[in-house]
Design a protein around this ligand. Structure first.
Ligand code: HEC
Length: 316
């Protein structure tokens, strides 16, 4: 039984732990569209993930779309504490057109028109505990029937209780920490921060095994790219953990043996770790790899860095 009526909520007589005003009417099986959802907690914007008819039609016509997800603040706060959604949690998914030209934009995208508005609620009064709604028409929306594609796609592919928490970067680590990610979830590639934390917690060798497995499973993943792993090495340098930076950047060179930039970065880490001879050696070897980079300011900058370090570390 709800101890907190909508009126009591509005009069602020309820504690922060209580539910927000109910918008789902179980007797009518319909949802009152929340007008204020843009003031809720923002979860993420997926670009070109679109799966509904409007997004698919736009994509087929060469127009991208964003899926932006909002959830009520009290539910967000509870998820942060428990890794699970409380009964009554309401999500709104806003689908917007992506524009790719105009102003300073040349290769990126930004959001414009509303293409669709959908909602999902966790409510024990609904068979299965979850309900989906199309809010595009405005006004109260009847719950979509259990045969709608929403239910099966979410039940099959969402990582945490019918929700795509795997795509919500502030919440996914919380779900992992609380063990609320479903056991048969196929997973997503680890982020650089996850690998960072693994190195700190379990040492470089264990993290490298995990990284190798991730790269084998997802060769196209962001973490498999030189720029990501290089950034991880520099993160350790900024944290004054030069030994770990050496471990990471030596591994980058192992993965990208023709990259002059990888030699340069490892040289920098060796120098920071006080290993001048090794810094000089890799910097000199890096100079032989410069042709791999197209002529231009980037190649010039790496060449200067390699030469200056080689000279600097030659003198005692
Ligand atoms: C083919 C799979 C698929 C189908 C069908 C589908 N969704 Fe989703 N849904 C997703 C994905 C993926 C996300 C993650 C957010 C995104 O799109 O970037 C999502 C997120 C959502 C969210 C945000 C909360 C959450 O669960 O993470 C809502 C609300 C939502 N969908 C509503 C609907 C409704 C309503 C329908 C049916 C009309 C529907 N969805 C059909 C895949 C699907």
């Amino acid at each position: 039984m709800k101890l907190c009526t909508t009126l009591a909520w509005l009069l602020a007589g309820c504690s922060a732990a209580a539910s927000p005003p109910a918008r789902y009417d179980a007797a009518r099986d319909e949802l009152q569209p929340p007008a204020d959802y843009r003031a809720w907690r923002y979860l993420s914007s997926g670009f070109q993930i679109g799966y509904g008819p409007a997004a698919l039609a736009a994509a087929a016509g060469g127009v991208g779309s964003y899926d932006t997800v909002f959830v009520e603040p009290a539910a967000y706060a509870q998820f942060e504490r428990t890794g699970a959604w409380p009964d009554g949690t309401l999500f709104v998914l806003e689908i917007r057109t992506g524009e790719h030209t105009g102003s300073i934009v040349t290769t990126g995208h930004y959001q414009t028109d509303l293409l669709g508005l959908e909602a999902e609620i966790k409510d024990a009064r609904i068979p299965g505990g979850w309900g989906f709604f199309d809010l595009a028409a405005g006004g109260p929306a009847k719950r979509l029937p259990a045969t709608a594609a929403c239910y099966s796609c979410h039940a099959t592919n969402a990582a945490v209780e019918n929700t795509f928490t795997q795509f919500y970067p502030t919440l996914y680590p919380i779900a992992q920490a609380h063990g609320t990610v479903r056991k048969d979830f196929v997973g997503i590639p680890p982020s650089a921060s996850e690998i960072h934390d693994l190195i700190v917690a379990r040492g470089f060798a264990a993290a490298r095994t995990a990284l190798d497995a991730a790269v084998a499973k997802w060769p196209e993943a962001t973490i498999a790219r030189e720029v990501s792993l290089n950034g991880l090495g520099y993160r350790f340098l900024r944290e004054h953990r030069a030994d770990l930076a050496v471990d990471v950047l030596a591994d980058v060179l192992r993965r990208f043996p023709d990259s002059a930039n990888a030699y340069d970065s490892l040289g920098e880490a060796y120098e920071a770790a006080g290993k001048r001879d090794l810094a000089r050696e890799v910097s000199e070897r890096g100079l032989a790899k410069l042709e791999g980079i197209p002529a231009g300011p980037r190649r010039d900058a790496i060449a200067t860095s390699l030469r200056e370090r080689a000279a600097r570390t030659r003198t005692p």
